[in-house]
Design a protein around this ligand. Structure first.
Ligand SMILES: [Zn+2]
Length: 210
């Protein structure tokens, strides 16, 4: 077994509960669930179908605002973006379009548009997506490759804290959540990309591409 983010094979057991085990990479410190515990695609999609997100939901907009506001502060007018993992009720893209940007969507289940990978973007967002990735190295490298110079990659995912708090962390109990990034892991990724990184609150990071 290798780390799905950095491919390092130096791994250690991080936690085990009555359903799954959690492994930590010693290099990038990603915490991940081994593939034998992954849900089938049918079961995974059934879980996502339960997400009742929609653009009219004020509380959902406030939640997304934690990424939306720091992104638009940085972006040029009329920027062109990709929302990766848009889900069943795309809302962040609507918010960007309301302030003059253009956004295309990609989602393996709800917006399967492989043509999006042929284009290049001023900004890319992934909200509540990284924790679901089976192949984070491949997915993140593909996103980074599609980002234009001077572009921004904005990510929202809850960050893993110290081991004593992981045990009671509800975020790990969702069986579609298989990758947990920490502060250290994002710093490791920024270093590997040679990219400035900003942490905005507890669950948002923004990478800049120089
Ligand atoms: Zn790793």
């Amino acid at each position: 077994m290798a780390c799905p983010l950095c491919k390092n094979r130096s791994l250690s057991s991080y936690h085990r509960d009555n359903r799954r085990e959690y492994i930590q990479c010693q290099m990038c410190r990603l915490i991940f669930v081994p593939s034998q515990y992954f849900l089938t695609e049918t079961d995974e999609k059934a879980r996502y179908d339960l997400h009742q997100n929609n653009p009219l939901d004020v509380r959902y907009r406030q939640f997304l605002g934690r990424l939306f506001h720091p992104m638009i502060e940085r972006m040029k007018p009329k920027s062109y973006g990709l929302d990766f993992g848009a889900g069943p009720g795309p809302t962040l893209s609507v918010m960007f379009e309301e302030v003059g940007h253009t956004v295309v969507l990609y989602d393996p289940y709800f917006a399967y548009n492989p043509d999006v990978w042929n284009d290049r973007y001023d900004f890319i967002t992934a909200t509540e997506v990284l924790e679901h990735l089976k192949n984070p190295k491949e997915d993140l490298e593909r996103l980074w490759g599609c980002l234009k110079q001077n572009g921004y990659l904005g990510i929202m995912t809850k960050r893993a804290l110290e081991p004593s708090r992981f045990r009671s962390w509800h975020y790990k109990d969702d069986e579609t959540h298989i990758c947990f990034f920490s502060h250290f892991t994002f710093k490791w990724l920024a270093k590997s990309w040679n990219a400035p990184l900003v942490f905005c609150g507890d669950d948002v990071v923004i990478f800049a591409k120089n």
